[in-house]
Design a protein around this ligand. Structure first.
Ligand code: CA
Length: 223
């Protein structure tokens, strides 16, 4: 699961990214509204954390642009503007939640978790197929009820496949989710994670298999 974090205070950006990473979320960090808009248009993010005071454009304007273009991803705004009017304007413009600076990192994480499991959102808490279960909140994976130690990226690939069980997941989509805007990944990176997952599922007799659909992507199914 990949998040986008837009904040022009680079020190704060780094602090939040570190806190997110520690909590198991990978996040792309950007500092301008223009970069953020381009990123949302090219990567399928699970949520956006958006600072309102950006150097090139007001975050509220970006928020309206994204909603106007049909992007439905959960958006949490960060604002130093704590006035009631400002908060109402943010929510009216299509934000799902807001946090007033300064805030505690624990609160930001808690609110992101709520956004990711809101009704009608993309995520439920537990996903199960065969003997595999994945808790999308705690990121715990178990097979036959036994906890498995998977890397965050292996867990992310498994989640994508489970979310679309029985359907083909394009490899490109998996790459977007895993790496977002990062350019520094090998062309066979996704294959490596899928290979490790297959091995784990096989060894633990999970009752599910990951099929490769040549030239397209992957599909997980019971088997
Ligand atoms: Ca700012």
């Amino acid at each position: 699961m990949r998040l986008l974090l837009v904040e022009d205070n680079e020190r704060l950006l780094a602090l939040i990214r570190a806190a997110l990473a520690k909590a198991g979320f990978e996040a792309d960090g950007l500092t301008t509204a223009a970069e953020a808009e381009e990123a949302v248009r090219s990567v399928d993010y699970a949520a956006l954390v958006l600072d309102l005071g950006l150097p090139d454009q007001d975050g509220l304007t970006l928020l309206k642009t994204l909603r106007g273009a049909g992007f439905a991803l959960p958006i949490l705004i960060l604002t130093a503007r704590g006035g009631l009017d400002e908060r109402v304007r943010g929510l009216d413009a299509g934000a799902d939640d807001y946090l007033v600076k300064p805030f505690a990192q624990e609160e930001l994480l808690a609110r992101i978790r709520v956004l990711l499991r809101r009704p009608g959102g993309l995520l439920g808490d537990m996903m199960e197929l065969g003997e595999v279960s994945l808790n999308t909140t705690t990121r715990e994976v178990s097979i036959h009820g036994r906890p498995q130690l998977l890397s965050p990226r292996e867990t992310a690939v498994l989640e994508m496949l489970l979310r679309r069980a029985g359907r083909v997941v394009p490899k490109k989509l998996v790459e977007d989710h895993l790496f977002g805007l990062a350019a520094d990944f090998g062309s066979n990176a996704v294959e490596v994670y899928v290979h490790r997952l297959r091995k784990r599922l096989g060894e633990a007799q999970a009752g599910v298999q990951i099929h490769t659909i040549r030239g397209v992507g992957y599909l997980i199914a019971r088997g």
